[in-house]
Design a protein around this ligand. Structure first.
Ligand code: ACM
Length: 538
């Protein structure tokens, strides 16, 4: 038997003598603790095959063709501690002697075992409905033992520059979890749009969710489309996204970017700004130099926003951005100088640190921790704040400094995981902010920076890929930018041991049949199809 083309590659795969088969009327026999995983998997199988799949308790487990799902806490022993997941997400999948068993350290582990099982089945079983009902599906005998290397395996999606309907978030969650990713970081606010309803501050969406027009082509060309754009999620929408994600063991980490990247917020509530001048939601790409003022009342406003946010998102981590905050307005402001004096701060440069500590208190009051982009390390990072290094020039050194000073670190270094960069420096590619990150480059990601002292390695809790959407206005284009780079990324954060592109590439080529069955608009390995190159004007 040839090795199954599993992505991400599991820790170990061993062939066994006799396999099993699945067929109409089969049962899923789940421990009560993983009954919800069993239900989900049963529903997926029924949709894909046209079969009836019985949901049964553990007592049904001796029947041939049954899929037994059970907890086996010993599978999580001995692994490293992790932020969200880690050893507790380990599983063992065994197909032998007519039986299929998935044992997991936790329900999350059992879930990941079922994701592997979906990849062991024919790719056509990932279709939404069968062309005609399937007959029995044989599976070869195999034992897969597996656990993730990192506990934070994320996808960041920018819904601020372009708004995407929640149905696309469900799609991303499905695709992320098939690849064993466990974080969806939603970049919910920016200069160009505010995307979630805040009951106590309705103008954030009434005003902040809409912009008058957007750039056409590369923003350097200065052309605009004269077409309004916007949208926002209601509280119920976001609660639905959180619940959908939770069933698939994905934590949705919300980001409200502050105190820079806030022009949409200031457009809605001018008293939050430094000049008192009315502003509109930004219609250019790139960051605004208009930032929040550092009054107590502004910090209280932001804490109120976070309080509502935390009422929606149960995530233990709340991201407040903190990147690219211009200090120009503070430097020019007498009031900012006064505030510095009152607070004993050395100067306007220290105001962001003051603000961040206020936000850290607001989230700590609800038992949560902050996540911030790397700039916050210099601006003043409160203890317990997770740092996300991203800038090409500094990400690796910032990661080392952050880890050595006691901060947990989620790696997001641009040259490997900024999926808004094109795949290749080639005019056939759709317009992107800049060239280029190939799938092979993504695959070479090593989240632990070279030269980091081993005692700090455990501070690197994982990594995430980011899709900023200045140049990505449709879900088809978003899928193109994510896939198949996200497949390579998933292996870089899940799989332990040496990785080789030569070994991965054929596995990825086989895996694309699964993306075909799911109807993903991925970029073929050889380059875009004529249709893909044409869909997005450049
Ligand atoms: C970022 O790309 N400004 C985090």
């Amino acid at each position: 038997m040839s090795a199954p083309a599993l992505i991400p590659r599991p820790t170990s795969v061993r062939n066994l003598e006799r396999g099993a088969s699945l067929s109409d009327g089969m049962s899923i026999a789940a421990d009560p603790a993983c009954a919800a995983v069993g239900d989900l998997f049963a529903g997926e199988l029924e949709a894909a095959t046209g079969w009836r799949v019985e949901r049964a308790g553990p007592e049904a487990s001796s029947l041939s063709g049954t899929v037994r799902l059970r907890l086996a806490p010993e599978l999580g022993a001995g692994g490293s501690s992790a932020l969200l997941g880690g050893a507790s997400e380990g599983y063992r999948l065994r197909v032998s002697d007519g039986m299929i068993e998935v044992a997991g350290a936790t329900a999350a582990g059992v879930f990941y075992g079922t994701r592997t099982l979906r990849q062991l089945l024919p790719a056509d079983l990932l279709r939404a409905a069968p062309p005609k009902p399937w007959g029995p599906v044989p599976l070869e005998g195999v034992e897969v033992v597996d656990a993730p290397r990192f506990g934070w395996r994320g996808m960041m999606f920018d819904v601020a520059r372009h708004f995407f309907q929640k149905s696309f978030l469900f799609r991303l969650i499905d695709l992320a979890s098939l690849h064993k990713l466990n974080v969806l970081h939603l970049h919910l606010t920016d200069d160009q749009g505010w995307r979630f309803e805040v009951e106590r501050y309705p103008r954030l969406t009434e005003v902040g969710a809409w912009r008058r027009e957007s750039p056409v082509g590369h923003y350097r060309e200065g052309k605009k489309d004269a077409t309004p754009h916007g949208g926002f999620y209601t509280r119920a929408d976001l609660e639905e996204v959180v619940a959908y994600a939770a069933r698939r063991f994905v934590t949705v980490v919300p980001e409200v970017d502050m105190p820079g990247h806030t022009q949409a917020m200031i457009a809605a509530y001018p008293e939050l700004g430094n000049t008192g001048q009315p502003l509109e939601v930004l219609t250019n790409w790139g960051g605004s130099h208009h930032v929040l003022n550092m009054e107590e009342s502004t910090a209280a406003f932001c804490a109120g926003v976070l309080e509502e946010l935390m009422g929606i998102f149960p995530s233990p981590f709340i991201h407040i951005g903190g990147d690219e905050c211009s200090t120009a307005e503070w430097e020019a402001s007498e009031r900012a100088a006064e505030l510095c004096k009152e607070r004993g701060l050395a100067g306007p440069q220290a105001l962001q640190g003051w603000f961040t500590s206020q936000m850290a208190e607001a989230v700590a009051a609800k038992g949560r921790s902050l996540v911030c982009w790397e700039e916050v390390l210099d601006a003043g990072a409160p203890p317990g704040c997770v740092i996300a290094p991203w800038r090409a020039a500094s990400a690796l050194s910032v990661a080392k400094r952050a880890a050595a000073s006691g901060h947990r670190v989620v790696m997001a270094p641009e040259p490997w995981v900024y999926f808004d960069w094109s795949y290749a420096d080639d005019p056939a590619e759709p317009l992107a902010i800049r060239p280029s990150i190939s799938v092979e480059k993504v695959y070479s990601l090593e989240p632990v920076p070279r030269g980091l002292e081993s005692e700090f390695e455990e501070m690197i809790v994982g990594s995430q890929c980011q899709l900023w959407t200045e140049y990505v206005a449709t879900r088809e284009h978003a899928e193109y930018m994510f896939f198949p780079r996200a497949c390579a990324f998933a292996e870089a954060v899940w799989s332990s041991g040496d990785r080789s592109w030569a070994e991965f590439e054929p596995r990825l080529a086989a895996h694309l049949a699964r993306l075909d069955a799911l109807g993903v608009n991925y970029r073929p390995l050889a380059g875009p199809t004529p249709g893909q190159a044409r869909v997005w004007p450049s």
